[in-house]
Design a protein. Structure first.
Ligand SMILES: [Zn+2]
Length: 276
C-alpha cells in the first residue's frame, strides 16, 4: 500500500470530526491497513461486546412471539415465519384494530346511556367490524404492501397460497378481536354478533374480486359497497338495521361459501404481484 491517510486526518476521524465522505474513505482504508488501524485507539471491551451483539442478531435471529405461538399450535415453522411477517398483522395494525373496536364499543355504551335504542347504539360497531378484516386483506400480501414480497415471491409458497394463507390469518385475528369486544356491547347479544356473517361474506368477496383486480382496489370497492348497503336501509325501508336483518344475514350466509368456491376455482389468478 503506497498511500496512508495523514496522521491529522486519522486523528480527526477518531474524534468524529470528519464529514461522511472523508469518514467513509478513511474507514475503507482502515479496513485494509493494519498499520493505520493500530493508530486508532479503541476500547477492547466495547468492541468485543459490540461484536457479540451483532453475532447474536445475525447468527441467532430470535423468533417472534407470533412465530413461536404458531409453531406451538402445530403450524410448520416456514409457514409460521411467513404468517408472522404479514404486514396486516404487525403490532401497529393490531393496535389500530383494537383502537377502532374500543372506540366503537365506547360509542355504543355512551349512546345507550344517553337513552338511544340499544340497536341504534350498536350501528357504528356493526358497520366498522366487517371492515377490519377487509382492510387487513388489502395489506396482507403483495408487491406494494409487503416489504419482503420480492424475497418470498420466488418461493413455492408465493402466489395464491400466500394470499389465501394470510387472508385466513388476518380474518382469524380480526374475528378473534371483534369477538372479544362483542360481549362488552350493550343491547341484545344476537344483534351485537350481527357483524360476523357480513365480515365473512365481505372477506370472501374481497378474495373473489382479487382474482380480477389488485386486492387494495377490490377492498376499496367493497368498503364503498358495504357503506352503501348500510346506508340503503334507512333510505329505502326506514330501517337502520336492514343490512343486519335476518333476511340480509341469510344472504351473507349463502354468498360467503359461493364466493369462496369461486375463489378456489379461480385461485390461479390470485397472485397480486406478477400480473398487475
Ligand atoms: Zn494505512
Amino acid at each position: 500500500m503506497t498511500w496512508h491517510p495523514p496522521r491529522d486526518l486519522v486523528e480527526r476521524y477518531a474524534q468524529g470530526r470528519l464529514d461522511p465522505v472523508l469518514t467513509m474513505s478513511v474507514e475503507s482504508h482502515l479496513a485494509r491497513c493494519p498499520a493505520c488501524r493500530a493508530a486508532v485507539p479503541y476500547e477492547e471491551e466495547w468492541l468485543t461486546a459490540s461484536w457479540e451483539r451483532i453475532e447474536d442478531l445475525v447468527d441467532r435471529p430470535r423468533q417472534r412471539l407470533a412465530t413461536r405461538l404458531l409453531c406451538r399450535f402445530g403450524v410448520p415453522e416456514h409457514v409460521a415465519v411467513f404468517l408472522a411477517a404479514t404486514p396486516a398483522l404487525a403490532r401497529g395494525w393490531l393496535v389500530a384494530m383494537a383502537g377502532v373496536l374500543g372506540f366503537a364499543v365506547a360509542a355504543a355504551r355512551l349512546s345507550a346511556q344517553d337513552g338511544a335504542g340499544a340497536a341504534d347504539a350498536l350501528i357504528p360497531f356493526l358497520v366498522a367490524a366487517p371492515l377490519l378484516p377487509l382492510a387487513g386483506i388489502a395489506a396482507a400480501y403483495g408487491r406494494h404492501v409487503d416489504p419482503a414480497y420480492e424475497l418470498q415471491a420466488a418461493t413455492p409458497l408465493a402466489g395464491w397460497r400466500a394470499l389465501l394463507l394470510r387472508a385466513l390469518a388476518v380474518l382469524c385475528c380480526a374475528v378473534a378481536l371483534t369477538g372479544a369486544a362483542t360481549p362488552l356491547l350493550p343491547g341484545p347479544p344476537g344483534l351485537a354478533a350481527a357483524w360476523l356473517l357480513p365480515a365473512l361474506a365481505l372477506t370472501a368477496a374481497a378474495l373473489a374480486l382479487s382474482t380480477r383486480f389488485a386486492p387494495p382496489v377490490s377492498v376499496a370497492a367493497l368498503a364503498a359497497a358495504w357503506s352503501g348497503a348500510v346506508a340503503a336501509g334507512p333510505l329505502l325501508a326506514s330501517d337502520l338495521l336492514l343490512a343486519f336483518s335476518p333476511g340480509a344475514q341469510a344472504l351473507y350466509a349463502l354468498a360467503a361459501p359461493a364466493l369462496l368456491a369461486l375463489v378456489y376455482l379461480r385461485r390461479a389468478r390470485l397472485d397480486p404481484g406478477e400480473t398487475r
